[in-house]
Design a protein around this ligand. Structure first.
Ligand code: NAD
Ligand code: LMR
Length: 338
């Protein structure tokens, strides 16, 4: 048998030829933190995505085992594993999309901001690698606190001279997934038929569901609005407490991350009308970053949508969200600048 690496390269080549003959386009995707609670199911689901031709799995532990396991799945993507920082550059070179779930999760009693101390440094190092090896890649940032890690990534890219605001997206998809689920429960609908815009950021009061804009158009009692807003804002804590020290949401997050990554890849492919919520560079409010619906295209975020009409309850929520977000964004920016 040829050495494994030659067999892999042969396989990539065969698939590249297939594409040249008119097959489906394939994208190269890296997952950083691929051996973790989110990383493993995320890797499995990305291996099942027909838009992915090459899947790089990077972690500082256990990457070879996860890679061997996932690589036996009889789907199209070629899987390669990368272990430890000396292999980070190889993991990133040539990637179209980089998904980052690396970092520590919460335990009961912690806020997402309590993770800043450890995760800020991890995100900084990984983004320095991206700036060097795949500066044109779309980046999906999952590591918490997202409200600060996205500004950190932006500052790292600015420093390296590679920053493109259209290509950096904080993943808030889990808030939308939860909102769709909880609202569907209240309305007695199939969650797949429900669309709830969730704006602001990804922590506590910064998570702002716009229940006045739910599709299909629906009305709620004040009691339902209070219940839904509270449950959506605290969905992460609900899981952290249920897991009782064993981490935070991993399976629903992997599902949400794949839903979001797939939207980014469909945008890259040139599909029309791909719209999702994400925490991005924004002029919708006075803050430099904010989550709203965005349209995804060949260059990443091609349009950032405004908030639309808000009711009084949502306007009050927005002011609270902006106040907290301003501090979290500033904390991320000054981590790199100072
Ligand atoms: P986990 O501890 O199970 O996995 C994290 C993985 O990151 C581990 O495999 C670890 O080895 C790896 N890692 C640590 N340092 C690394 C480095 N320098 N380079 C590469 N990999 C590194 O945690 P998890 O449950 O998968 O959560 C990961 C992160 O995602 C946490 O910060 C969590 O708060 C966050 N999260 C975000 C959302 C969201 O909606 N954005 C949802 C859930 C979790
Ligand atoms: C979530 O919303 O589930 C994540 O941000 C993880 C957490 O710490 O709550």
């Amino acid at each position: 048998y040829p050495p494994k690496s030659q067999m892999e390269e042969g396989s990539v080549l065969r698939r590249a030829n297939c594409r040249a003959k008119g097959g489906a386009p394939g994208f190269r995707v890296a997952i950083l933190g691929a051996a973790g609670g989110i990383g493993q199911p995320l890797a499995m689901l990305m291996k099942m995505n027909p838009l992915v031709s090459v899947l790089h799995l990077y972690d500082v532990v256990n990457a070879p085992g996860v890679t061997a396991d996932i690589s036996h799945m009889d789907t199209g993507a070629v899987v390669r594993g990368f272990l430890g920082q000396q292999q980070l550059e190889a993991a990133l070179t040539g990637m179209d999309l980089v998904i980052i779930p690396a970092g520590v999760p919460r335990k009961p009693g912690m806020t997402r901001d309590d993770l800043f101390k450890i995760n800020a440094g991890i995100v900084k190092t990984l983004c320095e690698g991206i700036a060097k090896c795949c500066p044109r890649a779309i980046v999906n940032l999952i590591s918490n606190p997202v409200n600060s890690t996205v500004p950190i990534a932006a500052e790292v890219f600015k420093k390296a001279g590679t920053y493109d605001p259209k290509r950096l997206l904080g993943v808030t998809m889990l808030d939308v997934v939860r909102a769709n689920t909880f609202v569907a429960e209240v309305l007695g609908l199939d969650p797949r038929d429900v669309d709830v815009p969730v704006v602001g950021g990804h922590a506590g009061v910064t998570i702002l569901p716009l229940l006045s804009q739910v599709k299909p158009p629906s009305s709620f009692t004040q009691e339902e609005i209070n219940y839904l807003t509270d449950r959506i804002q605290n969905g992460g804590t609900e899981v952290v407490e249920a897991k009782a020290g064993a981490g935070s949401a991993t399976l629903s997050m992997a599902y949400a991350a794949v839903k979001f990554a797939d939207a980014c890849l469909r945008g890259l492919r040139g599909d029309a009308g791909v719209v999702e919520c994400a925490f991005v560079s924004s002029q919708v409010t006075e803050l430099p970053f904010f989550a709203t619906k965005v349209r995804l295209g060949r260059t990443g975020v091609e349009e950032v949508y405004s908030l639309g009409p808000l009711n009084e309850y949502e306007r009050i929520g927005l002011e609270k969200a902006k106040k907290e977000l301003a501090g979290s964004i500033e904390k991320g920016v000054s981590f790199i600048r100072s």
